[in-house]
Design a protein around this ligand. Structure first.
Ligand code: HEC
Ligand code: HEC
Length: 381
């Protein structure tokens, strides 16, 4: 069966060759001529989404981790989108990035651990990719071991459990897939397929996944960028959602780490999950025990759809997450200061039932059903 599919793929790429080798310099998008790919005649707008003013004003604009030498372009992100959904990226053509980062689940995986190309399981829960561009220190993975999205992108491709390739093998493989030549030409000006182009395009696509059309945003838009969202009531919110928002930005202190409109922190933190961690996160990656138990503080945008939660997917629901901050914060020696009382004890919130429900209701206002269905982030196959 696999051989038959391979044969079919080879046959198809032979047919595609004629339509794909048109002069891509004629000023027209060549994408629409690529058989087998469902791409629009004019590329989607990835480069300049109409972001609300509070995402383009400082300090949020300064959080962007897009490097000067790899801005998001419409053709670059289009190539990234094709790569992201292409099972050619795995050794046995069974897994694409989207296998573990599914659009309907904020580009994460509903399974606690994801299944790699040969059936093995990943060691951590897959991460949501929403607003990853706004993580200020620009580091990626739960343990922040990748210094950029570009450095991250080859990680899953070459991972022995996830996709099992080497970058040189992948380059050779993609050179034989005809739709990549025009896509590379459009994205980077040359039909040459190389590993730098692959990771740049994937990073562009990942950074283009920006959520800004939630119920939260609809309420936020009525106020100036410098307004503290915790100090006003949003007119489109229920009283319960406003209560949750007030807690989040106020006494519950969530915004000390998941701060501002991108709901990320300046860096990794220890949020008191365990007294002794089976996985030490940043401490393990750096060999620095003072960083044991620290993990990337992920954006909470789209959080309702990205269950289960935490680096090991230990919590199935948002209610369980809120219960953790209410009664479960452990006194690990590296517990972050934002979760300590002034005298240094773990700061458990001891929320009442109404407050817990309100916090969860607020977190659900960060759900972006638009992004979960937007064709520009969907499979082009
Ligand atoms: C087999 C499942 C699997 C596949 C395939 C996979 N990922 Fe992941 N991804 C994960 C897991 C699990 C993590 C968290 C790993 C860790 O932190 O150690 C992750 C983390 C990430 C992150 C970090 C997000 C952040 O905010 O730090 C990005 C970006 C990402 N993946 C993109 C990709 C891309 C691009 C591809 C395809 C080239 C891909 N992934 C393929 C499972 C997968
Ligand atoms: C000390 C900083 C800090 C504070 C304060 C904090 N968090 Fe977190 N939060 C984190 C870190 C770090 C993680 C990831 C931990 C891990 O996976 O090991 C996290 C994870 C989460 C997750 C799961 C994210 C995912 O993608 O799996 C949710 C939901 C969450 N926090 C909500 C909240 C809420 C609600 C509050 C307030 C009650 C809060 N946090 C307060 C640092 C913090």
């Amino acid at each position: 069966m696999k051989n038959y599919l391979l044969l079919l793929a080879l046959l198809c790429s032979g047919i595609m060759l004629q339509s794909c080798t048109k002069d891509p310099d004629n000023g027209n998008n060549t994408n629409n001529t690529i058989e087998g790919l469902n791409l629009p005649a004019t590329p989607f707008n990835y480069a300049n989404p109409s972001l609300p003013n509070y995402l383009t004003a400082p300090p949020i604009a300064g959080q962007l981790n897009t490097p000067a030498n790899n801005p998001v372009t419409n053709y670059g992100a289009t190539l990234g989108r094709v790569l992201f959904y292409d099972t050619n990226l795995s050794r046995n053509n069974t897994k694409s990035c989207a296998s573990c980062h599914q659009q309907a689940f904020s580009f994460s995986d509903p399974d606690q651990f994801s299944t790699g190309f040969e059936g093995g399981l990943t060691g951590r829960n897959s991460m949501s990719l929403l607003n990853a561009a706004y993580y200020p220190n620009g580091r990626f993975f739960w343990d922040e071991r990748a210094a950029s999205a570009e450095a991250q992108a080859s990680g899953p491709i070459t991972h022995p459990v996830e996709m099992g390739m080497t970058m040189p093998e992948l380059v050779t493989k993609l050179q034989a897939v005809d739709y990549y030549k025009p896509l590379f030409k459009d994205a980077f000006g040359s039909e040459q397929i190389d590993s730098a182009g692959i990771v740049r395009a994937l990073a562009q696509f990942v950074r283009s996944i920006v959520s800004y059309q939630t119920k939260y945003d609809a309420g936020r838009a009525a106020f100036p960028p410098n307004q503290n969202p915790g100090q006003v009531n949003f007119t489109n919110f229920t009283p319960q959602e406003n209560q949750g928002k007030q807690l989040f930005f106020g006494v519950a202190g969530c915004a000390r780490c998941h701060g501002t409109e991108t709901f990320t922190a300046p860096g990794a933190r220890n949020n008191g999950l365990d007294l002794v961690f089976a996985d030490n996160g940043v401490g393990e990656a750096t060999g620095n025990a003072a960083l044991n138990g620290l993990f990337k503080t992920p954006s909470l945008r789209g959080i309702e759809l990205s269950a289960p939660y935490m680096h090991d997917g230990r919590f199935a629901t948002l209610e369980e997450v809120v219960e953790h901050y209410s009664t479960g914060v452990k006194n690990h020696p590296n517990l972050s200061i934002e979760l300590r009382t002034p005298n240094g004890a773990p700061r458990n919130l001891n929320l009442n039932a109404d407050e817990k429900t309100a916090l969860v209701a607020f977190l659900k206002t960060l759900t972006d059903t638009g992004i979960a269905n937007d064709p520009k982030f969907s499979s082009p196959f």
